[in-house]
Design a protein around this ligand. Structure first.
Ligand SMILES: [Zn+2]
Length: 204
């Protein structure tokens, strides 16, 4: 519960960042973290095309450097992108200067005013500086598709249990998520559609 749907007190800590949007209608914001990589991202793009769904991809700069053509594919198919640092740094583990430099390094490749901190962690001085320049996007539902402790059934259950109007939902187009994501994502999309949710892009 504390992981899948972050508690209010934690949300308040990063006041001014976005966890959930007030849509006034039945809509969710689908997001994918840690790509783009050839093993996962094209698969996700094809699936989203099949459903006619647009999503927001928080890209790791180093992956964009390695796979610019896959990054371009994300853009060409009409999805939005956000900065997820260059080296997937944890804010708490590095000093402010190192963190901000890494994000600027990624910004040379990822043209976006959206930023999501890896692991949802940042020091407050890092956050205060970042939010002047970026729209900081957290999440309302984290599927935990990356966790070896989870089955794809359980990932799907997380989506069913915690999604609500305006939820920002996180999946990962990463090797760690692999089959767990590939099995749970189509089921989740089917369920969300069945429930009447529409899908929105996170705008800069
Ligand atoms: Zn990440």
């Amino acid at each position: 519960m504390l992981i899948e749907r972050p508690p209010k007190i934690y949300r308040g800590f990063y006041s001014g960042s976005h966890w959930r949007f007030n849509t006034g209608e039945k809509a969710v914001y689908l997001t994918f973290d840690d790509g783009p990589i050839p093993e996962m991202t094209p698969w996700v793009l094809d699936l989203l095309d099949k459903y006619g769904i647009k999503a927001t991809f928080f890209c790791v700069g180093d992956n964009v450097r390695k796979y610019p053509e896959i990054y371009q594919m994300v853009r060409d198919r009409g999805h939005n992108v956000g900065n997820h640092t260059f080296h997937h740094l944890q804010g708490w583990k590095v000093d402010k200067e190192t963190y901000l430099k890494d994000i600027e390094e990624a910004a040379k490749l990822i043209n976006s005013k959206l930023f999501r901190p890896p692991h949802g962690h940042m020091g407050l001085p890092q956050f205060y500086t970042l939010k002047k320049k970026y729209k900081v996007i957290m999440w309302d539902v984290i599927t935990r598709d990356y966790s070896r402790l989870m089955t794809s059934d359980e990932v799907f259950e997380v989506v069913k249990k915690y999604t609500r109007n305006g939820s920002i939902i996180v999946f990962h187009d990463s090797l760690k998520s692999g089959d767990r994501m590939k099995e749970s994502l189509p089921r989740s999309l089917d369920w969300l559609i069945e429930q009447g949710y529409s899908f929105r892009l996170i705008e800069e």
